[in-house]
Ligand binder design. Structure first.
Ligand SMILES: [Zn+2]
Length: 172
């Protein structure tokens, strides 16, 4: 069972700034490349406290034969190794689709302080349906991201139409 997104409800989060939109467009470009490289169309970028993109990650589920290779998990793991949790409190993770429960958990454990996503999970669910390649969950990322011992700022959805483009014709 899944619900299609209601077009009346796919309005951008007013907290998303023009700068946020620029970085979300970068994640959509990464998602497009991910698809071109044979993986699911998802991408994420990490922006430091000076507003610079310092990392990006594609999905790797197909080519890495790793069902946990979601872009945000890969990015959170690399970010923690490179920068450490203390610095990451001032960094932002941008992602082309709302982090699933697993990715939200990974972001929490990394120490990253802010998350901005394009497609809402429920909108993604409308795109993937019950495709066994990606049986999208229905868990509000804010529940997981703010279910721990520190608050993570969460902004999204935004640019959902643009973020849906790399998914066109991909899911069965
Ligand atoms: Zn995920």
């Amino acid at each position: 069972m899944h619900t299609r997104p209601d077009p009346e409800e796919t309005m951008d989060d007013p907290q998303a700034t023009e700068t946020d939109r620029e970085f979300l467009r970068a994640t959509i470009a990464v998602a497009t490349r991910s698809r071109e490289h044979g993986n699911h169309p998802f991408g994420a970028v990490l922006v430091d406290d000076q507003g610079r993109v310092v990392l990006e990650a594609e999905n790797g589920v197909t080519t890495e034969h790793d069902m946990l290779s979601h872009a945000e998990v890969t990015l959170a793991r690399q970010a923690w190794r490179l920068f450490g949790a203390e610095r990451l409190a001032g960094y932002s993770l941008y992602t082309s689709a709302e982090p699933c429960a697993m990715c939200s958990g990974a972001i929490y454990w990394s120490g990253i302080g802010r998350v901005v996503y394009a497609l809402a999970e429920r909108s993604l669910l409308g795109l993937t349906g019950d495709d066994p390649e990606n049986p999208t969950m229905s868990v509000d990322s804010r529940v997981v991201l703010n279910g721990g011992q520190r608050a993570i700022e969460v902004v999204g959805p935004a640019l959902e139409d643009e973020a849906a483009a790399p998914h066109a014709g991909f899911w069965n």
